[in-house]
Design a binder for this molecule. Structure first.
Ligand code: ZN
Length: 195
């Protein structure tokens, strides 16, 4: 489990970047919400952003699959985050894989200015390729936590989001109707069958 840096009130404010990554159903958003709520308990100013593309369930909240949720702002691009994150201690970003490449510079700027930045996102798309800006974010982060789902076929740790439907665009929002978590071996078996 990730344990926060503790800092004294008298310290000069120091920022850093945390990335929480993994497949679908791995609990990324739950972990993001857990960390953000703890920051709120510590009376830190918290702002949460997500890309405007992700409008599953609710326009205003970061919602995880267990319905534990937290207020958020949907923004069209990473540049909006810098404009909106005034006077904050902690910035949370959900579904980061859908943001543009500018997100790396935005997160570095925030952290350099003393903000703790916590990012959650899919590390791989349904084809098993690194997803969008996530590899770069993982590279510049001080802390990277990879969380796992459970393979629905064999019960081992899963890190692939296998697409159940035949649709081939990379961005396809959906839940258990469109994806299932698979381990490396079960994922390979499916691809061997389909090619
Ligand atoms: Zn498996």
């Amino acid at each position: 489990m990730f344990v926060e840096n503790t800092f004294k009130q008298t310290d000069k404010r120091r920022g850093w970047i945390e990335v929480i990554c993994g497949s679908m159903f791995s609990g990324k958003t739950e972990e993001l919400i857990r960390r953000l709520k703890r920051a709120q308990f510590a009376r830190l100013n918290v702002e949460i952003f997500k890309p405007a593309i992700d409008t599953r369930y609710d326009e205003q909240k970061v919602v995880s699959h267990d319905a534990n949720s937290i207020q958020s702002t949907a923004v069209p691009s990473s540049a909006n985050i810098l404009l909106l994150a005034n006077n904050v201690d902690v910035v949370g970003i959900d579904e980061a894989q859908f943001f543009d490449q500018g997100l790396v510079e935005v997160c570095n700027t925030l952290a350099n200015n003393g903000v703790r930045v916590i990012i959650a996102g899919l590390d791989m798309d349904y084809l098993g390729n690194p997803f969008g800006v996530m590899p770069q974010l993982m590279a510049v982060a001080e802390f990277v936590t990879k969380v796992h789902a459970i393979c629905v076929e064999c019960g081992h740790l899963a890190h692939h989001s296998y697409r159940v439907t035949g649709e081939s665009k990379i961005v396809l929002l959906g839940e258990t109707d469109k994806y299932k978590p698979l381990c490396r071996y079960c994922y390979q078996n499916h691809h061997a069958q389909s090619s």
